[in-house]
Design a protein around this ligand. Structure first.
Ligand code: NAP
Length: 308
């Protein structure tokens, strides 16, 4: 029986691990399918305190992992399919054919990129459709590409893609960006980035080999339809929380975000805590996720000592 199992290895998960490890709770961290979380798919992080020159997202995550394991955190590369409560208030976690037992659980599973829900999207992923410019941008040198979205992610992806692509179309459904001023200005000032305002993508069009060839666009104001040739589409329209495996042990809002109790990281199930983007649709920052990881660790520690 583990004292605490932490599910997820983003900023929230590693911070919870650092705190619970230093509290001698010998945490077990389950890494999930994307070890390191969302920051592993980003480049420069300029707003994490303590790094005046910025830090690369993957480097920051490796440092957090190093810090957590230095204090005795154990890591297993497992994905949790479901959690149940046992009669005595402990938890059973199902990971494929394995089961794990824990007295407390911190859910820090983050959120996954959202897609538009167009028919041929699944087949196109990896063939000209992606959510990660850092991962796939270099494959699209000297060709036009498109980014969909108007937030910080879309601006960041578009700016990064100018290193490779001949042209970056920034397709946004409104006529003003949601992104922070600094990121929006940086993107819009770049000569390779062309905004396509008030426009939605209605269809991904493929070539004979089934790869992305173009997008069919619709202007939301005029209703006019057009085709835009692009070799790759980078979708940056937000995220969906990774909370589906929790089988009713937590309350969730209409978008699946876990609802925390009484302004803390507690959920409606005693001993089950939630931290980071899986429970936060409002701030969604690396540093706020880390802060919640710390809070969840402190709450788990108090829960365990109250239930010796
Ligand atoms: P976001 O802020 O939620 O922006 C999502 C964008 O996608 C919005 O512009 C939205 O349009 C658009 N969108 C949503 N659904 C759509 C649909 N079905 N079709 C077309 N467009 C759609 O998400 P994000 O950009 O991923 O940012 C998430 C959080 O991470 C934010 O808090 C952001 O500040 C943070 N972040 C920070 C950094 C950084 O500081 N380095 C980098 C990336 C992200 P509307 O504007 O019309 O709603």
């Amino acid at each position: 029986m583990e004292d605490v199992i932490i599910i997820g290895t983003g900023c929230a998960g590693w911070t919870a691990a650092i705190y619970t490890a230093r509290a001698n709770l010998n945490p077990l961290v389950l890494s999930g399918t994307q070890p390191g979380g969302q920051l592993t798919t980003t480049t420069d992080v300029e707003n994490f305190p303590g790094f005046p020159e910025g830090v690369m997202g993957p480097d920051l995550m490796l440092k957090m992992q190093e810090q957590a394991t230095k204090f005795g955190t154990r890591v297993e590369y497992k994905t949790v399919d479901g959690i149940e409560t046992n009669g005595d208030g402990t938890f059973t976690l199902k990971c494929g054919d394995d089961t794990l037992q824990a007295r407390s659980v911190i859910v820090a599973t983050g959120a996954a990129p959202r897609h538009l829900g167009l028919p041929n999207e699944k087949e196109l992923i990896g063939h000209g459709l992606t959510s990660c410019a850092t991962c796939d941008g270099a494959f699209y040198r000297d060709v036009p590409v498109a980014v969909i979205g108007g937030g910080d992610s879309a601006c960041e992806e578009a700016t990064f893609l100018t290193r490779f692509a001949s042209k970056v179309y920034l397709i946004h459904r409104r006529d003003e960006l949601r992104a922070s001023k600094i990121m929006a200005e940086r993107a819009l000032a770049h000569e390779k980035i062309e905004p396509v305002w008030n426009t939605v993508v209605e269809e991904y069009l493929t070539d004979d080999e089934g790869k992305m060839r173009a997008v069919r666009l619709k202007n939301r104001e005029s209703g006019e339809e057009s085709e835009l040739e692009v070799a790759c589409v980078f979708v940056a329209i937000g995220h969906v929380p990774n909370s589906a495996f929790l089988n009713g042990l937590v309350d969730q809002d209409e978008n699946g975000y876990i609802i925390q109790q009484a302004g803390r990281t507690a959920t409606k199930t005693p001993g089950l805590f939630a931290a980071g983007d899986v429970a936060d649709h409002y701030y969604r920052q690396a540093v706020t996720a880390a802060g919640q990881g710390c809070a969840a660790a402190l709450e788990a520690e108090r829960f365990l000592s109250d239930h010796e």
